[in-house]
Design a protein around this ligand. Structure first.
Ligand SMILES: Nc1ncnc2c1ncn2[C@@H]1O[C@H](COP(=O)(O)OP(=O)(O)OP(=O)(O)O)[C@@H](O)[C@H]1O
Length: 312
């Protein structure tokens, strides 16, 4: 079996009490693997523990319990090799505003001990569309440019694993697309990518596999398609041939709501009934059907139902 890109086992973190606040169990016995070669989504509501997990991998936060290995290197036993195997783009934008993007990458390469002959500074700047800004002060870059510079900075030592913590927060749609195109090309070139994002649509589109953390606990870890396939509720919107004064009821409807005067929005459980039965029930109530549209469940539906169930 190929070794995982990242192997996390029984990982826990309890933050010490701050002032009068009690200790915080930010990660609670989390175990999962990130397979090599994948784009892996680490999702969860605010405060779920994603950044804590990433910061443990980065060596910025000390775990309380459990173990983590990056590219086969345990972070305690082989911290240098583990660190050399991962590039991390944090939520905060961190670099010296007086250095140019070119200098920023050169300094970072120096920190990682990348010999001059092996540096890829201009290649990286071209990849993130910053080659024309190579010698401008970093402080003159726009927010989106700074974020792309952070990605290039994380890649100077050519790590096999790249972790992106909310890389597109506050980045406009076009730049987001450019960033994802670059991330995809890195992945195609063999880099394993782990990303956290609040844009579930992007996660659904990009990620091969998704893990969901809620309140420090792992509540899902599956291939994206299987996870989305778990959504049991479907919605069908039916426009009928006259104004609805009495909303029809039927055992096969999970929920029914009137939108406007003639459109009924029916939620049903796809494992119990099918759309044909729902439509027959509407016709059975004496309505003619003028138009029908259905909405496929997406990652957002699954995410909400899983996190709600975990919180219940
Ligand atoms: N240094 C710290 N001391 C005490 N508690 C902390 C510390 N850092 C984080 N926490 C708490 O640990 C929990 C997990 O935080 P974390 O930042 O890992 O969540 P997150 O999933 O990354 O959230 P977000 O999506 O908002 O970035 C939160 O309740 C947070 O308040």
């Amino acid at each position: 079996m190929t070794e995982a890109a990242i192997a996390i086992k029984n990982l826990s973190k309890t933050y010490a009490p701050v002032g009068t606040a009690p200790p915080k169990r930010a990660l609670d016995d989390v175990t999962f693997d990130v397979p090599r070669g994948q784009i892996f989504g680490l999702l969860g509501p605010n405060g779920a523990g994603k950044s804590t997990l990433i910061n443990i991998l980065a060596g910025l936060v000390n775990k309380t319990d459990g173990s983590a290995a990056i590219w086969g290197f345990d972070i305690d036993e082989h911290p240098r090799n583990a660190k050399a195997s991962i590039g991390i783009v944090n939520q905060e934008i961190l670099f010296d505003p007086f250095f140019s993007p070119f200098e920023t990458l050169e300094i970072q390469a120096g920190l990682y001990g990348v010999p001059k002959a092996k540096r890829r500074t201009m290649e990286l700047l071209r990849a993130v569309h910053l080659d024309d800004k190579a010698h401008a002060y970093a402080r003159t870059l726009s927010g989106g440019m700074k974020r792309r510079l952070m990605v290039a900075k994380a890649m100077v030592h050519s790590p096999p694993v790249l972790v992106l913590d909310e890389p597109t927060a506050g980045v406009d749609i076009e730049l987001r697309q450019q960033l994802w195109t670059y991330v995809r090309s890195l992945n195609q070139a063999g880099v394993t990518v782990v990303l956290t994002t609040h844009y579930l649509e992007e996660a659904e589109e990009l990620c091969d596999r998704i893990a969901i953390i809620n309140n420090g606990r792992l509540i899902a870890n599956e291939p994206t398609r299987e996870l989305v396939g778990k959504a049991q509720e479907k919605i069908v919107a039916v426009t009928v041939d006259r104004d609805v004064t009495d909303i029809p009821a039927n055992a096969c409807f999970q929920k029914i709501a009137l939108k406007g005067t003639r459109t009924l929005e029916i939620t049903y459980k796809k494992d119990r009934v099918n759309a044909g039965e729902v439509l027959a029930a509407i016709q059975g109530s004496g309505f003619g059907i003028v138009d029908v549209s259905t909405k496929e469940p997406d990652l957002e539906d699954v995410f909400l139902s899983l996190t709600r169930a975990a919180n219940a």
